[in-house]
Design a protein around this ligand. Sequence first.
Ligand SMILES: *Cc1c(COP(=O)(O)O)cnc(C)c1O
Length: 228
Amino acid sequence: MSTIAENIAKVGERIRAAAHASGRDLDHIGLLAVSKTKPAAAVREAYAAGIRDFGENYLQEALEKQAELSELPLIWHFIGPIQSNKTKPIAEHFAWVHSVDRLKIAQRLSEQRPTGLPPLNICLQVNVSAEASKSGCAPAELAALAQAVSQLPNLRLRGLMAIPEPTDDVAAQRAAFARLRELRNGLPLPLDTLSMGMSHDLDAAIAEGATWVRIGTALFGARDYPSA
Ligand SMILES: *Cc1c(COP(=O)(O)O)cnc(C)c1O
């Protein structure tokens, strides 16, 4: 077994244990493999071990990898910060975008989504730990943003995403994820998705209702250059 396949098995075991502990159905928890900074060969190995969904943060890197892997039926998720002049290739080359935090970006993605492709699945990124993060809309702005995004024709608003401030305190991890779940539950929209939990806190995220955990390091090893 390759190291990546072994890592996938270990992460799968963590996901199963966390789901079991909180009485959740495994079918409602997706493993999104975050392949940023990792070569196409690593994606191929993960694919061979059963992974289909891959997350990327850097557009140029993602497009190059997608071209190299075009023969595989992969589902690509954009999870990084979005500049408004980069929305067109994102609208064209991804199935999901987890990091929408303002209406202008959503409007451009909707306008630029090619006809013939299904609607682009969208999560709104929310800043649940205000002091730490620059990305994400403020909780107070979420309801208006969600309402507006839900009206855009070529998008399908699925739910919320957060990257809480990293901490080893499991109670603090759970509080931040619970906050995201409560924000989602407070919206008058049928949202089925909570994108939350990374290598160090996926267990807490699953306990609080994560439907996508976004896992890089625990699958592919440490990255050579820092994440955005
Ligand atoms: C890099 C990244 C991840 C994966 O983080 P790990 O700690 O390596 O699992 C998840 N989500 C986002 C948005 C990221 O940028």
